[in-house]
Design a protein around this ligand. Structure first.
Ligand code: PLP
Length: 395
């Protein structure tokens, strides 16, 4: 596991951890006096219910990271002049804990989230930290709130680490006070009634990211401007928007997910394409996991039943023109979004410049590549398939 030290994708520079770092041995735990009633698993809606406790770690420029604390889930107290409220000095992460068949709780690849969180922090001049130390604090939070991980198959506990600038001086500068907190929300399966391919609206009116911008970082500021594009897509009858970039209409991301396209090449070989990490794409953990599984299949390290015998895996730019041409010549195999919340979402059509590009979908909604990839990935996440990607929370 990495030490929580990453490399900034834009500058290539190592991200360093702070001076007085997060120290898990100083963690204090204050239990709630009034535990909440667990919501029935069948009624869970994403991000509506939160577990009994939260983790907090304060930081000041003068003394570094304070002792971490686990406290009852409660409102935060910050000054109205806190910089997060004025200049969006905020970053976040999203990962999941699962309860596996023998009762063990695990987190999926938390080291990747810590690495990315440090890279995002550095981009906003927020304090960085030792990723392994924060994982240990989160582990203790999840262990305490483990009853909040729903037992039903496909359910999980969504973990939301957040870091905000809290100093109360409304000048634009690196914050000299910050607060890192972690909250947890029980989540149901994304497809309670089987896979449902979604229609996307190809957004050409707005952009999510630009070269040299902040699209590759998980900054809160990247999301508020996207709400209107999402609203426009919904009003036009589409489930989500597809962010297209530049006059070429490069496919970049699906709402807040990375995307993959599968096409049949001239030689008949199927190519699995995802846009490259060029500074406009969020380096998703699910994206990385799907790429790794597909490449392990190709190399023979681990063949996945159901994936095409021959497969080409590419990180390369892809335009709407190419997707449309492939659809028209029946070479488009499938298109899907990937992210922590949904794992894999198949797409059935894209509204593009006034008409729909129809995407093939399999009988049960998933396509010939997404189905075996989803089966393997969720098998690992739920602990049915053993993998070094699972981090043990409690035995
Ligand atoms: C979080 C996020 C993703 C998915 O990342 P995962 O680590 O796979 O959850 C993709 N795109 C955007 C814009 C995101 O914010």
């Amino acid at each position: 596991m990495s030490k929580g030290v990453g490399v900034d994708p834009m500058t290539g520079e190592a991200v360093r951890t702070g001076t007085t770092d997060i120290e898990p041995s100083l963690l204090t735990i204050t239990r709630t006096m009034s535990p909440k009633e667990l919501p029935p698993s069948s009624k869970l809606l994403f991000g509506r219910n939160f577990s009994d406790h939260m983790l907090k770690v304060r930081w000041t420029e003068a003394s570094g990271w304070d002792a971490p604390s686990i406290e009852p889930y409660a409102p935060l107290s910050i000054l109205p002049s806190a910089t997060v409220l004025h200049y969006a000095q905020a970053i976040f992460e999203g990962l999941k804990a699962y309860r596996n068949p023998n009762g063990m709780a695990t987190m999926f690849r938390p080291d990747k989230n810590m690495e990315r969180m440090n890279i995002s922090a550095q981009r906003l001049a927020l304090p960085t930290f030792n990723g392994n130390a924060l994982i240990e604090c989160i582990r203790q939070l999840i262990a305490l709130d483990r009853y909040w991980i729903p037992k039903e198959p496909g359910h999980s506990l969504y973990i939301r680490p957040t870091l905000i600038g809290t100093n109360g001086t409304i000048g634009i500068q690196p914050p000299n006070e910050a607060l890192l907190f972690v909250i947890c929300s029980p989540a149901g399966p994304y497809y309670p009634q089987g896979f449902k391919p979604v229609p996307l609206y190809g957004t050409t009116e707005y952009i999510r990211a630009a070269p040299g911008g902040t699209g590759a970082y998980k900054l809160a500021a990247n999301y508020a401007p996207g709400v209107i594009a999402q609203k426009m897509a919904a009003e036009a009858g589409y489930a989500q928007n597809l962010w297209l970039h530049g006059p070429e209409h490069y496919l970049t991301e699906v709402g807040t997910m990375n995307l993959f396209v599968a096409l049949k090449g001239e030689d008949g070989v199927i190519e699995l394409v995802t846009p490259p990490l060029d500074g406009m794409i969020l380096p998703g953990v699910t994206r990385d996991s799907v790429l790794t599984l597909a490449r392990n299949h190709v190399s023979g390290k681990k063949r996945l039943a159901g994936l095409p015998e021959k497969l080409k895996v590419s990180e390369r730019p892809i335009t709407m023109g190419e997707v449309k041409a492939a659809a028209e010549t029946r070479r488009l195999v499938e298109l899907f979004g990937v992210g922590t919340a949904c794992v894999i979402t198949p797409v059935e059509r894209i509204g593009y410049l006034g008409s729909d590009v129809v995407i093939p979908t399999g009988e049960d909604g998933m396509g010939p590549l997404s189905k075996p990839l989803w089966t393997e990935l969720t098998g690992i996440q739920t602990g049915e398939i053993e993998s070094e990607w699972n981090f043990v929370v409690t035995k």
